[in-house]
Design a protein around this ligand. Sequence first.
Ligand SMILES: *[C@@H]1O[C@H](CO)[C@@H](O)[C@H](O)[C@H]1NC(C)=O
Ligand SMILES: *[C@@H]1O[C@H](CO)[C@@H](O)[C@H](O)[C@H]1NC(C)=O
Ligand SMILES: *[C@@H]1O[C@H](CO)[C@@H](O)[C@H](O)[C@H]1NC(C)=O
Length: 200
Amino acid sequence: MRSAVHISSAIFALASSVAGLNILLTNDDSWASANIRATFDSLQQDGHNVLLVGPAVQQSGKGGTFVLPTSNIVAPGGEFDSVKVGASFFGQNVTNPNLFYFNGTPAATAGFAIDVVAPIHFNNESIDLVVSGPNEGQNNGPYLYTLSGTIGATYYSVERGIPAVAFSAGNSTHRSFTTNTGLPDDPANQAAKVTDPNAA
Ligand SMILES: *[C@@H]1O[C@H](CO)[C@@H](O)[C@H](O)[C@H]1NC(C)=O
Ligand SMILES: *[C@@H]1O[C@H](CO)[C@@H](O)[C@H](O)[C@H]1NC(C)=O
Ligand SMILES: *[C@@H]1O[C@H](CO)[C@@H](O)[C@H](O)[C@H]1NC(C)=O
């Protein structure tokens, strides 16, 4: 099978031998993107304790900027209609308590997750690893260190003393998790599979 997935950013050094990590999963393309949800499923299937906290809306190109929300969710709502207009600036999926959105840039989302959500979610256990992405599209080249929100979330986390790794997938289609075909050749599932090769 020709793979549409191309991981350009990093090596997932811990995953091959360690199960049951407390993983904070974030990104820049929003909490509702197909890639992050497929990767959430993969990491969870692999036995990790995964907390997803992603931006409420697309935050591509924001690098490591730290912009906190100043209002509740404004029109047109969360990405792909995932959050209603007027909803709180952060929130939790009502049926899956591991899924959160936050209406900030990727670095600010990581900060909120590290300081507010994770201590409750992980019962004050430390976060072992921050995983960011897989980004929709490639993050190749040194300039992306300042441009990529996917990478911005990771260097913010590293500055906070938490190991972090960013992933990027060659397919740049911006799409909702609700469009995932569920088939192994869905580009989001391929990206998730490359991110965590141990997953079923
Ligand atoms: C990228 O993903 C979209 C949506 O799944 C798909 O239709 C398209 O064929 C993919 N592109 C490549 C080059 O694989
Ligand atoms: C919330 O989680 C449920 C169960 O996993 C899922 O069916 C639903 O689409 C999710 N909605 C959002 C906006 O995340
Ligand atoms: C986590 O630590 C805070 C601050 O020390 C404490 O107030 C809180 O009760 C702790 N929560 C749990 C679940 O242990």
